[in-house]
Design a protein around this ligand. Structure first.
Ligand code: ACM
Ligand code: ZN
Length: 769
């Protein structure tokens, strides 16, 4: 997994130079840009000038200019008369209503650059815009311009999970800088989960002595990692000391980034319960989970007073470290199995007059909210905190779609939008066969850019409850800061524009063009970003009458130069240029890539198309496939297309618990040499290879004889998503019907996160030759 990932990073720069269209290619796009006359030229004599309260921003600006131009501008001392070529930082008096608390005016004139804002935060964002312009400034010259800018939303966030994989503190400093560069202002720090407790708590030292460390099962798939066994050593993990946290919080504060800590409850707490098992219902030690756990039943006991005493102590130390108004308490995915069996939880339900366990969760969160409110803080939680009744002052983070956010906004609660569909940056951003292993899904750059945080069903008043949006980086499949960067960028740029820029200015083609300059900025800053938006996608269409295919190639970037081949070789700059769908009337391996300046930007798309004997023949299934996984419809298994490693690519039929028993009518008796069944394994999505594939043939559709069968040796713990062809190579004459039985594993195997529960089987094509 790691080797494959790093090979993706070692792509040489293709953007250097040419694509930087100009210093005004800003991301996120400012509210207003008006070009002026002339230009400002930076020189070593250029100096900052401003009131003493802005000295630290002048120093920050000086370091920024130095990093871009190689010289440090001076600061004109208070009381001195500034010379020419000055960068003047100014706070407005009176308050300029149009700019609000974070907006700024940036005016570049031939002899002066002026940044004016109501508050230092606005000056800071003006400096960020200036910094982006300097990345494209040839010879230190900037065109005269007046930019008036302010954010659309007050909450512009990114979430990092450091529990599933620990991220070194240095990497978080870098992320704070990257957030500032994109005018984002919240880092939601997911500090604890089943797989690790990362925050030093002085009163409970075992939280980090025990809870920060797990048995090392990193070589196994996330969802195939058994819990700790007696005698095993916990060697994998890490934590942050309170001193480290304070320093990072201060660094972020100086960059107008608020860090919101998340202390999960009542579930996602196995690391805490490994340290203090007595706080669970059973009191039984289960250890820190080394991988996926589902469902999450081992949770804090809601019946014990000790649980609340512990959490209040932990939150007291947390609040002392984090000045943020919001404290996130999780609240998601708590399975209530243990609560149902626990006498103390049941006693609590009775005594508090609660209906059932959902109301017990509501009691839990409401009680914690009272504690936070009493300390001047506000509770933020995942949308499950709505279940059983929302705590009176709570704010909701809507992740399971936008429904939770809609419900909360209608009830008058503030909301942060982070639906899985558009904001989960742990999802794939490109073709899974060209990407490092991810948890699943597909959230491309263009999809993120299309996100609208305010649901259309809300009234204008309700819409005001939406504070903004956030991109989430869950790290089950992300074990290094380098990989995290790859997942964050460039998607974070798309989200930054969604939450900062005016809704009316949203324009994909323009953004896509400006991103070419942003990529160059990333290269200058050393950010290891993904080029997945340049990948090519194929869209095959079966023409059943002629039993041929027509294949269209698309990509997300505007004005692409797509070149393709049909002979299995990698496309080059002299391969045919794609202009219209390509007719396929024989079996081919098609490859396609986007070219910029004569170079291929990403690894090529590679797809096999097979015009075999069963193409477009009728297929009957003994057991229907899952409604949700119907592939391309009736011809999915015989449409000439083998699916990719993405079970959701439209080429796969899925069968839940059942075998696939497919009978193909070839229309007339023919001779055949082989039958090949294309299946996929995606352990993280509970999809396993068939145990066995059996091929039978018949002349009349009644009497079948076995042609052959085939098994495989792919382990059910394999970390990669992989496809496999089950080939039965044996000739037969006068065959009209072919019956293929792919035997489902039926239930997920021991050690898997879904052990004992239903397993899926997926098949994309049955190739009859
Ligand atoms: C979540 O993804 N469980 C909030
Ligand atoms: Zn209990």
């Amino acid at each position: 997994m790691k080797i494959r990932f790093f090979s993706l990073l070692l792509v040489i720069s293709v953007f250097a130079g040419k694509l930087f269209a100009g210093p005004l290619d800003l991301v996120p796009l400012p509210a207003s840009i008006q070009k002026g006359e002339g230009e400002f030229e930076f020189s070593p004599q250029t100096a900052f000038f401003g009131e003493p309260g802005l000295t630290s921003l002048m120093e920050y600006g000086g370091r920024m200019v130095a990093s871009k131009l190689g010289f440090v501008p001076g600061i004109v001392p208070a009381g001195a008369i500034p010379g020419s070529a000055m960068i003047r930082l100014q706070l407005s008096a009176p308050f300029d209503g149009q700019l609000g608390t974070e907006g700024y005016l940036l005016k570049i004139m031939p002899r002066e650059i002026l940044i004016r804002a109501n508050l230092p935060a606005g000056v800071f964002y003006g400096l960020q815009t200036l910094g982006q312009m300097l990345d494209g400034a040839e010879g230190g010259k900037l065109p005269a311009v007046t930019i008036t800018d302010h954010p659309r939303f007050s909450y512009r966030g990114m979430h990092i999970d450091v529990a599933r994989h620990f991220m070194p503190i240095e990497s978080l400093y870098r992320f704070v800088d990257y957030l500032a560069m994109h005018k984002m202002n919240v880092l939601h720090w997911h500090l604890v989960d089943d797989q690790g407790w990362r925050l030093e708590i002085k009163k409970y030292p075992k939280l980090t002595e025990v809870g920060a460390w797990r048995v090392d099962r990193e070589e196994l798939h996330w969802n195939s990692r058994p819990l700790i066994r007696p005698g095993e050593k916990t060697t994998y993990g890490g934590f942050y000391t309170q001193e480290e946290v304070k320093a990072l919080v201060q660094y972020a504060r100086e960059r107008y980034v608020t860090i919101i800590p998340e202390i999960e409850m009542p579930a996602h707490a196995m690391a805490a319960l490994a340290a203090y098992p007595e706080l669970s219902c059973t009191g039984i030690y289960q250890g820190v989970a080394p991988g996926g756990v589902w469902p999450i039943t081992h949770i804090f006991c809601a019946g014990k007073e000790e649980t609340f005493g512990f959490l209040e102590d932990v939150l007291t130390e947390t609040m002392a470290l984090f000045p943020s108004t919001f404290i996130h308490v999780g609240g998601d995915e708590a399975d209530k199995t243990e609560w149902k069996k626990c006498p103390l939880c049941q006693k609590r339900i009775k005594e508090e007059g609660l209906k059932e366990e959902h109301e017990l969760q509501s009691y839990f969160i409401t009680r914690v909210e009272k504690f936070l409110s009493a300390h001047g803080r506000k509770l933020l939680g995942w949308d499950e905190i709505l279940e059983g009744g929302l705590a009176p002052e709570a704010s909701v983070m809507s992740w399971r779609g936008e429904e939770g956010g809609i419900a909360a906004a209608k009830m008058g609660h503030t909301v942060v939008m982070t639906p899985g569909s558009h904001c989960y940056f742990d999802y794939y951003q490109g073709d899974p066969s060209l990407e490092p292993l991810a948890i699943g899904g597909l959230t491309t750059l263009k999809k993120v850019y299309s996100f609208e945080p305010v649901p259309a069903v809300l009234t204008e008043k309700e819409g005001k409850m939406i504070l903004g949006a956030q991109g989430n980086h869950w790290t089950e499949y992300i074990s290094t800061p380098e990989h995290l960067e790859y997942m964050a960028f460039p998607r974070l740029a798309a989200l930054a524009e969604v939450v900062w820029s005016p809704k009316e200015s949203r324009n994909w083609d323009d953004f896509s063009r400006r991103m070419n300059s942003q990529y160059l900025r990333y290269e200058k800053a050393g950010i290891r970003y993904a080029r997945s938006a340049f990948q090519v996608w194929s869209h095959p269409r079966l023409l059943p009458e002629t039993k041929t295919l027509e294949v269209a190639f698309t990509t997300e970037v505007s004005n692409p130069e797509i070149r393709y081949t049909l002979d299995g070789t990698d496309p080059t700059v002299s391969s045919p240029l794609y202009t219209a769908p390509v007719a396929i009337d024989r079996s081919v391996v098609a490859k396609a890539a986007v070219f910029v300046d004569g170079k291929s930007v990403t690894a090529p798309l590679s797809r096999q198309f097979y015009l075999h004997k069963a193409v477009a023949c009728p297929v009957t299934l003994k057991y229907p496939n899952s409604l949700k996984y119907d592939g391309s419809g009736e011809y999915t298994l015989v449409d000439g297309v083998k699916g990719s490693a993405n079970f959701n690519d439209g080429n796969w039929k899925g069968f839940y618990k059942d075998d696939m028993v497919a009978t193909i009518d070839l229309g007339k008796a023919v001779g055949i040499q082989s039958v090949e069944t294309h299946a996929i394994q995606d352990v993280g999505s509970w999809i396993f290879m068939p145990k066995e594939v059996v091929v039978e043939v018949s002349a009349d559709g009644q009497n079948f004889r076995k042609l052959g069968s085939v098994t495989h040796k792919i382990p059910v713990t394999a970390a990669e998503k992989l496809t496999h062809d089950f080939l039965v190579k044996k000739s037969a004459k006068k065959v009209r019907y072919v019956r293929v039985t792919a035997r489902n594993l039926g239930i997920c195997p021991p050690g898997h996160a879904g052990a004992g529960k239903g397993a899926h089987l997926f098949v994309s094509e049955i190739v009859v030759d």
